[in-house]
Design a protein around this ligand. Structure first.
Ligand code: NDP
Ligand code: OXD
Length: 321
């Protein structure tokens, strides 16, 4: 249903995020569009669009006029966690601002491992002055990117500028300039043998859940130039088997990890990841969703949709991302 001014009505349904900044940005970007906040699971039936982050299960199926769901994340596993989703298009975040910040995180972590950041921080804590050899990345370090989507391709391009050799793995075959690409189940072993540092930018789907497990670590290249492979996961916590990661670090199957995401967030204060000497962790902060960069494009998509234009950045419901 559209309203007196012809503008569809928007429901904002967030779990764990402060709503006011999103309402303020919606009011700025679309002052003539009615916005309601999901009040304690009771939805207004007269809603055209839902903007969501971890919406309460069952909420969207109670909206008979819903035309589209807008995810406030690039990942949409939080939307699919509700198994009673209505059959309407789901739009996800594709944002140059978010992509740039993710690539900054990836380059930061890759360089940190390449330039022995964890080791020198430990030495500093113990007042140890001990210099190790250093060599430029070019010709020495290969970074393997799991997930050659919006984020993986941008990170690959920026790592290439730094001189890293880059390989990648995706579900369907891809061609990415300067990147040796592998795809699907058959491409996984050659990919795992190709790299020293693995950067994970996969979506969480039934196919990728806990893909980062002991079996996968055993299949990685054994003697990378960093001793053993390094794992950097900024995709989703559900991609990783956390007990297997800790065991792989202790056994030396992995030399170090950088984790931005965890199975359970916030991470339990008692988790061994907090203090593990081979773990660098950040609180799901690699590329935060920012109202100032996400809401304006959503509002413009709603306007375009009401003019009869197609929605863009749609999720493939069958593939799950
Ligand atoms: P895209 O959908 O653009 O890319 C996903 C990539 O993963 C594609 O290359 C896809 O293959 C590949 N893929 C999916 N399933 C499989 C599979 N089963 N086997 C192999 N490859 C697979 O997503 P984005 O790049 O935009 O985002 C990736 C993820 O990053 C998000 O889903 C989200 O979870 C995470 N994220 C994390 C943030 C953070 O702050 N930590 C911030 C933003 C996103 P194909 O190319 O064939 O489709
Ligand atoms: C996302 C995220 O999916 O912030 O965009 O994790």
């Amino acid at each position: 249903m559209t309203h007196r001014n012809g503008k569809g009505r928007v429901l904002l349904a967030l779990t764990g995020w402060e709503p006011q900044v999103w309402i303020d940005e919606l009011t700025r970007a679309a002052p003539d569009r009615p916005v309601v906040l999901e009040p304690n699971g009771e939805a207004d039936p007269d809603i055209d669009y839902a903007i969501v982050w971890k919406q309460p299960a069952g909420l969207l199926s109670k909206l008979p006029n819903l035309k589209a769901i807008f995810s406030l994340g690039a990942g949409v596993d939080h939307v699919f966690a509700d198994t009673s989703l209505p059959d309407v298009p789901i739009v996800r975040v594709v944002s140059p601002d978010l992509t740039t910040r993710m690539s900054e995180y990836v380059v930061w972590q890759v360089l940190d491992h390449h330039r022995l950041g964890p080791r020198y921080r430990a030495q500093q804590a113990n007042r140890v002055w001990e210099e190790d050899k250093n060599q430029k990345a070019a010709g020495v370090i290969t970074v393997g990117i799991m997930g050659l989507g919006e984020l993986g391709r941008d990170a690959a391009a920026k790592l290439r500028v730094m001189g890293f050799n880059v390989t990648g793995w995706s579900r369907t075959a891809k061609q990415v300039e300067g990147v040796t690409c592998h795809a699907g189940k058959d491409g996984l072993d050659p990919f795992l043998a190709s790299a020293d540092i693995f950067v994970v930018l996969l979506p969480l789907t039934p196919e990728t859940r806990e893909i980062l497990n002991r079996d996968l670590f055993l299949r990685m290249k054994k003697r990378g130039s960093l001793g053993a492979p390094v794992l950097i996961n900024a995709g989703r916590g559900g991609l990783q088997n956390e007990a297997d990661i800790l065991a792989a670090l202790d056994e030396g199957l992995l030399s170090a990890v950088s984790l931005d995401v965890f199975q359970q967030e916030p991470l339990d204060p008692a988790s061994p990841f907090w203090t593990h000497p081979k773990v660098t962790l950040t609180p799901h902060a690699a590329a935060a969703s920012m109202p100032t960069s996400l809401i304006e494009p959503m509002a413009r998509q709603m306007d375009a949709f009401e003019r009869g234009e197609p929605l863009v950045n749609l999720v493939d419901r069958k593939a799950g991302y």
